[in-house]
Write a protein that binds this ligand. Structure first.
Ligand code: RTP
Ligand code: MG
Length: 138
């Protein structure tokens, strides 16, 4: 089990000035920030990042949304990082997210749901490498 995961603060949350609030919850949850950047994905880059979802009906909408404004990308460290971070962010649909979770507090809808969290150690590595070069993390 790896001790790292990858996250993005999505365009809805950046646009609503929730970066600080979300980072507070990440720190309070025991996660250390290993790498972080503020950037915006092109449509092509968002399409590549979410390629695993290319057959899903919401893919076009997801790519449009994720390239619609700036995001914050980060690599986080904690024991059991992937599973613990998914617990901290809550269910994909904020209407189903548990009390105290990031999505319960900050997400607008199932599509515009404030944050991303990797779903496996393997994807955490792939996703971190998508955004950060060797000299941008340690
Ligand atoms: P994420 O990858 O962003 O951490 O979210 P997740 O694992 O909870 O959800 P996933 O199934 O991987 O879906 C990726 C993102 O696609 C959008 N989505 N829209 N309209 C819809 O029914 C729908 N379903 C998913 C969400 O932005 C979701 O986070
Ligand atoms: Mg996912």
């Amino acid at each position: 089990m790896s001790n790292r995961t990858f996250t993005m603060i999505k365009p809805d949350a950046v646009g609503s000035n929730y970066i600080g609030g979300i980072l507070d919850k990440i720190n309070a949850g025991g996660f250390k920030i290993i790498a972080m950047k503020y950037t915006q994905l092109s449509k092509e880059q968002a399409g590549k990042f979410y390629e695993v979802h290319s057959a899903r009906p919401f893919y076009g909408e997801l790519v449009d949304f994720m390239s619609s404004g700036p995001i914050v990308a980060a690599i986080l460290e904690k024991d059991n990082a992937v599973a613990d971070f998914r617990t901290l962010i809550g269910a994909t649909n904020p209407a189903e997210a548990a009390e105290g979770t990031i999505r319960k507090q900050f997400a607008k809808s199932i599509g515009e749901n404030a944050v991303h969290g990797s779903d496996s150690d393997e994807n955490a590595k792939i996703e971190g490498d998508f955004f950060f070069s060797m000299t941008e993390r340690f």
